[in-house]
Design a protein around this ligand. Structure first.
Ligand SMILES: [Zn+2]
Length: 131
């Protein structure tokens, strides 16, 4: 990878990190209004928590990618130590694994956690990350 490409990736990572750490505030005060409004408000809070968790996770991934850039291990799969494809890095600059290892991991996760596989390893983040 050329210095120009690395510089470009660093800028994209830093931009993604800035977005990920920008706080979002829930829209409405909980506890106000009728039952429907309260239910809606609770749902909004749940979504806000979910969004914050996703951002927190992305921020960690991006910080990790920036560290890999510094240590020249960027673009190397952390599982098989093979190269992570350029296309994959363009789509997901903070990817830490090649598509083969990521797919294998997601399949394993789906098998062990049943439904909800859309979010991959979401439950770990959701239940383990905020305690
Ligand atoms: Zn791999």
């Amino acid at each position: 990878m050329s210095n120009q490409q690395l510089q470009d990736i660093r800028q994209r990572l830093e931009a993604a990190l800035a977005v990920a750490v920008t706080p979002t505030l829930p829209g409405s005060e909980p506890g106000a209004g009728d039952v429907c409004e309260r239910a809606l408000s609770e749902m909004e809070s749940d979504l806000a928590v979910a969004a914050i968790n996703l951002r927190w996770r992305t921020a960690k991934d991006v910080e990790s990618a920036l560290r890999r850039l510094e240590s020249a291990s960027y673009g190397v799969c952390e599982s098989c130590e093979g190269p992570i494809g350029t296309k994959r890095l363009r789509a997901l600059p903070w990817a830490s694994r090649c598509i083969g290892c990521q797919s294998a991991d997601e399949l394993a996760t789906q098998g062990s956690q049943g439904p909800g596989s859309l979010w991959g390893d979401w439950p770990d983040v959701f239940f383990g990350g905020i305690q």
